[in-house]
Write a protein that binds this ligand. Structure first.
Ligand code: PXL
Length: 280
């Protein structure tokens, strides 16, 4: 039977992140993907000025009330950028109401990157995300978000294996069984992720080439590919490997094209091969 998923993110009209990334990636591997938009922005907030922002918090309850009347459940619920603090508890309720026994709940605790909170976020989101993450089977923070979740200072370089393992184990103690930490690097020319599975007590590290620069929306590309692979039956280390390879290739294509990375990365040209790979 075809799997279905609910993607809860904003619509950034321009800039390839959130729903404009999650939808095509999940659809490409055959997952029927429904959406719950958290906000509509003319662009993402990472570098553009003058963007519009329509908060959709007040639409969430009426939408979910209608869905309840349809008796819908999802095989996966995937949350990303939320439009307000209030949405944290609304989304938490949605994960309860629309899950079945085997639903895979993935929370990407989107709050910031490179040691800084994104515009419109405050540190109080960390406490709210800590609660939401308790509902998750898997979370995908970057190192900035992990530091916020653990209320510890952000460290921007010089990570050791034990430092990364300690972060993942402490995050797993707060609820989610699987942790995938992004932005992990032990050397200047490589970048990737670390994955921890509490039930199996298994840790893996996956790296690819590090390309200098700031590429927008890569966290969303990464998490969407990871989820797509998991829903297709990949084990965590293999799904994480797909996500690292796919994201690094999208960054490489963008870097080589000379396009301003504020418009996100060229993930589109990776989709056909990715979908093919997952089938075989
Ligand atoms: O990719 C994270 C993200 C999603 N949505 C919006 C953003 C950002 C990061 O800045 O601004 C609107």
């Amino acid at each position: 039977m075809q799997k279905n998923a609910l993607a809860i993110h904003d619509i950034s009209c321009i800039g390839r992140c959130s729903l404009t990334v999650a939808l095509p990636i999940l659809s490409s591997v055959g997952i029927e993907t429904s959406v719950l938009p958290t906000a509509v922005l003319s662009t993402h907030t990472g570098g553009f000025t003058g963007y519009t922002f329509r908060d959709l918090t007040d639409d969430i309850e009426p939408i979910s009330t209608h869905w309840k009347s349809l008796g819908i459940t999802f095989d996966s619920i995937y949350t990303g950028y939320l439009g307000s603090f209030r949405q944290l508890s609304l989304v938490s309720r949605i994960t309860d109401e629309f899950s079945h026994r085997d639903t895979l709940v993935m929370v990407d605790p989107v709050m910031g990157d490179h040691g800084k909170l994104y515009a419109n976020f405050t540190e109080s989101f960390a406490a709210g995300f800590r609660e939401l993450c308790k509902k998750a089977d898997i979370i995908t923070p970057n190192l900035t978000e992990a530091a916020l979740l653990l209320s510890q200072p952000y460290k921007d370089s010089g990570y050791s294996k034990s430092y990364i393992e300690d972060i993942m184990k402490r995050l797993a103690e707060t609820g989610p069984e699987k942790i995938v930490l992004t932005g992990v690097s032990f050397s200047e020319n490589s970048l990737g992720c670390a994955a921890y599975d509490r039930a199996k007590n298994e840790t893996s590290f996956i790296f690819d080439e590090s390309i200098p620069g700031i590429y927008h929306g890569t966290g969303d590309v990464f998490a969407s590919v990871l989820l797509a692979a998991l829903l297709c039956g990949f084990q965590l280390p293999d799904a994480a490997s797909e996500a690292v390879t796919f994201t690094a290739a999208a960054i490489r294509r963008t870097s080589e094209s000379g396009r301003n990375p504020i418009y996100g990365v060229d993930f589109e040209h990776g989709i056909a091969d990715f979908a093919q790979n997952l089938k075989s």
